[in-house]
Write a protein that binds this ligand. Structure first.
Ligand code: IPM
Ligand code: MN
Length: 357
């Protein structure tokens, strides 16, 4: 098969880690007879500082024509927080309707988790974060700004359709995992929310979850967890989880915790998925400007994002071969943290590429 991929290296260490990701993707493509055509875009902080442009309507339309988007990182120390995040990252997620944010939390063998006594057997789950709604919708405002009477609001908004399409993706993924592995099938699909306080949004999610589960997925076990309690269990009993589904902001928060228990930002990747359209894959660690140009950053998260991209494109064998190579590479690194790997960024890319053979 042949695919056109838009590549956005972005800011900070983004381009460096993406270069290693492309190295690995090229090796795996030739091994499995896949044709990958990469088209580079210079969206990000540097371009914004030079031209004042973030991304135009036409450029968004252009992105729609690709089979997938491969993103490094967005965020520049000289640009006010929010401008690039909203103007570029969230803009692409929203305009391309990438309504699922898929974040695997998997501890690879040889990787040290900060949670003592937990093994790869225990930490192996997936968080499905709703990716277009909730507080991220941007509904709200401020009045009497700058005075002692200032009022600000930022509203969590969900409609049934947005909730249902996310839940459907979650149930379908759970069904797939249950078939793959009986260990997964014993565990429930967890809905994570805060319905003891967010009685409107929480109730909407809970009822939709119970209804869909009862009607169409009665053979899948269901459970509910409050978001605060779930952070506790991520640390104490991560083995309880297989697939979790949650709203946007809660998902944002718990997946950073998830990234830590799987060994840190050096390995954590995510997919912004539109199951009917164009999806975008990224390491979730951000642009880490202090490491830029130092050959210290870990490219495994970007390589993992590339693996997820192939998996979603349907190239499962190629994706599995990257996973195997990443597993082997993890066993060789001293640590997954930037500057402590025992190898440079480029050398880690080479290790993975070589392991694919
Ligand atoms: C993430 C990031 C983004 C988010 C920011 C950069 C807008 O934290 O992808 O998790 O909040 O979604
Ligand atoms: Mn985040």
């Amino acid at each position: 098969m042949s695919y056109n991929i838009a590549v956005i290296g972005g800011d900070g260490t983004g381009p460096e880690v993406i270069a290693e990701g492309l190295k690995v993707l090229n090796v795996v493509a030739s091994k499995f007879n896949i044709k990958l055509d990469f088209h580079h875009y210079d969206f990000g902080g540097e371009r914004y500082m030079k031209t004042g442009k973030i991304i135009s309507k036409e450029e968004i339309e252009e992105l729609r024509k690709y089979d997938a988007i491969y993103l490094g990182a967005i965020g520049h120390p000289d640009v006010k927080p929010g401008i690039l995040e909203k103007g570029l990252l969230l803009r692409i997620r929203f305009d391309l309707d990438q309504y699922i944010n898929l974040r695997p939390v998997k501890l690879y063998p040889g990787v040290e988790s900060p949670i003592r006594d937990k093994t790869p057997e225990d930490i192996d789950f997936v968080v499905i974060r709703e990716n277009t709604g909730g507080i991220y919708t941007g509904h709200g405002g401020a009045t009497r700004e700058g005075t002692q009477d200032e009022i600000a609001s930022q509203i969590m908004i969900y409609d049934r359709r947005t909730v249902d399409r996310c839940l459907k993706y979650a149930f379908e993924l759970k069904k797939k995992r249950n078939k793959e592995n009986s260990k997964y099938a014993e565990k429930p699909l967890h809905l994570v929310h805060k319905r003891n306080v967010l009685t409107y949004c929480g109730d909407l999610w809970y009822r939709a979850f119970e209804e869909m589960g009862g009607k169409s997925y009665s053979d899948i076990k269901r459970d509910y967890a409050h978001v605060d309690a779930s952070t506790m269990w991520f640390v104490k009993n991560p083995e309880w989880f297989d697939v979790l589904v949650t709203e946007n902001l809660f998902g944002d928060i718990i997946t950073d915790l998830g990234a830590m228990i799987q060994g840190g930002m050096g390995i954590a990747a995510g997919g912004n998925i539109n199951p009917e359209g164009v999806s975008m894959f990224e390491p979730i660690g951000g642009s880490a400007p202090k490491y830029a140009g130092k050959h210290m950053i870990n490219p495994l998260a970007a390589i993992e994002a590339g693996r997820m991209m192939l998996e979603v494109l349907g190239e499962e064998k190629a994706a599995k071969s990257i996973q195997k190579a990443v597993t082997e590479t993890c066993l060789k690194l001293k640590s997954l943290s930037a500057g402590k790997m025992g190898y440079t960024t480029e050398e880690v890319g080479d290790l993975v590429a070589k392991a694919i053979g």
